[in-house]
Design a protein around this ligand. Structure first.
Ligand code: GDP
Ligand code: MN
Length: 382
């Protein structure tokens, strides 16, 4: 959550506003008194877009702080109920920017992104105006040199008054990202104040769990993840599940295949509802559990089962699917793509169970197209 990201930022010297967490309106007012009015009262949930959802409010005095705190606590933001607030001294904003570092695996470098169009979701900037994002690829053995930072900042065409501050904070963000073992360190908005200060108003950090052995300070974050209902259900059934916002439910065996399936569904114009990896086996139990998790998401309009038989052979997979469907009838149409070891045999087993609600396609691409079409049809009739 933001306040945890800000703890990480503060540790590495990134400038943030003074603030603290609060779990009640009384506490929020107490924090506001300490940091000084005006304040901003902010919902702490594991999702972005809080501003748009009414989860970020400015307060000029104690009365307003109490009102906003009371309203925001308990608010449901994209399925996350607000239980914690962050209250900080409010900043005056001249401009809002976006800045982040992530790993670009294919380039084997760190990727820095900087945009003068911050504050809004970067995906929409990337979609409508990709040139508005200045990118820099940083060789990890060299790091982000001051010269590189300067060139990068000028490419982003920020307000000239922000140049110095941006160069400084981006180098600090890079150190935070590298030394702090982050997979992602994002500031949105990074702001320029009327006084010429450049600082972080929001923080989004994702930590590389394989580095946790060298970060005892991360223990403080344990147990604060709030899984949504589907994630909890999946965890209980030992399935790897990541919830997304689309309409095509995806079941695949192996994380690599699940990710490619998400990509292919997007490529053919669909929107994945999740990423569900059932792992090596595809028994009836596992398949039924996976279908049940997907079924609990009302946004799902079609289910795409993409299985590549390896050690688990095609006929076992097919039997698993058939048995799962005999126990449990999902309300969405299902598209199955079965390939790999004994796929032919598997498809023969599926054959008698196919209908206009359960279809089989030989390739991943065709299956994805069919699933997206079915999701569209189901979606428009709903
Ligand atoms: P998000 O919507 O979840 O990304 O939440 P943010 O922390 O990014 O806040 C959303 C928006 O609220 C920002 O883009 C700002 O426009 C506004 N905001 C946040 N903090 C302040 C503040 O201290 N002062 C002012 N004036 N606006 C703020
Ligand atoms: Mn933000």
């Amino acid at each position: 959550m933001e306040y945890q990201g800000k703890q990480v930022f503060a540790r590495y010297g990134i400038e943030i506003s003074p603030g603290d967490v609060a779990t009640s309106a009384d506490e929020a007012v107490a924090v506001a008194g300490r940091v000084g009015y005006p304040v901003v009262v902010k919902a702490q949930v594991h999702t972005g877009g809080r501003g748009k959802a009414g989860g970020v409010k400015l307060a000029a005095d104690a009365e307003e702080a109490r009102l906003h705190a009371a309203n925001i606590l308990g608010l449901d933001i994209k399925g996350h109920v607000v239980k914690v607030l962050w209250v900080e001294h409010a900043s005056d904003i001249t401009e809002e920017y976006y800045a982040s570092f992530t790993l670009d695996r294919s380039a084997k470098k760190h990727l820095g992104m900087l945009s003068a169009s911050g504050g809004v979701e970067i995906e929409s900037v990337a979609a409508t105006d990709p040139d508005a994002i200045a990118r820099v690829w940083v060789d990890p053995t060299i790091g982000l040199t001051p010269d590189m930072a300067r060139t990068w900042v000028s490419a982003a065409r920020l307000n000239p008054a922000a140049t110095e501050g941006a160069v400084q904070i981006l180098q600090t963000l890079y150190r935070c990202y590298v030394d702090g073992d982050c997979d992602l360190a994002e500031i949105n908005p990074l702001i320029l104040t009327p006084g010429g200060e450049v600082k972080a108003l929001d923080a989004k950090v994702s930590l590389d769990v394989s580095a946790s052995f060298r970060h005892p300070e991360w223990d403080a974050f344990a147990g604060t993840e709030d899984f949504d209902e589907r994630e909890r259900l999946a965890r209980d059934k030992a399935l790897q599940y990541v919830g997304l916002d689309g309409t095509v439910g995806i079941i695949a065996n192996g994380a690599g295949l699940a990710m490619s399936t998400v990509d292919v569904v997007s490529q053919v114009g669909g929107t994945p509802a999740n990423f569900l990896d059932i792992g090596g086996g595809a028994s009836a139990e596992v398949m039924a559990a996976a279908l049940e998790v997907i079924e609990s998401d009302e946004k799902v309009q079609a289910i795409f089962i993409n299985i590549f038989g390896g050690i688990t052979r095609g006929e076992e997979v097919a039997n698993g699917i058939v048995q799962a469907l005999s126990r449990f009838t999902p309300s969405s149409p299902i598209v199955i793509r079965l390939d790999g070891t004994n796929a032919e045999e598997g498809r023969r087993i599926l054959e008698p169970h196919l209908s206009d609600r359960v279809v089989s396609r030989p390739t991943m691409l065709e299956a994805a197209r069919t699933a997206v079409t079915l999701a569209g049809v189901a979606g428009s009739s709903a």
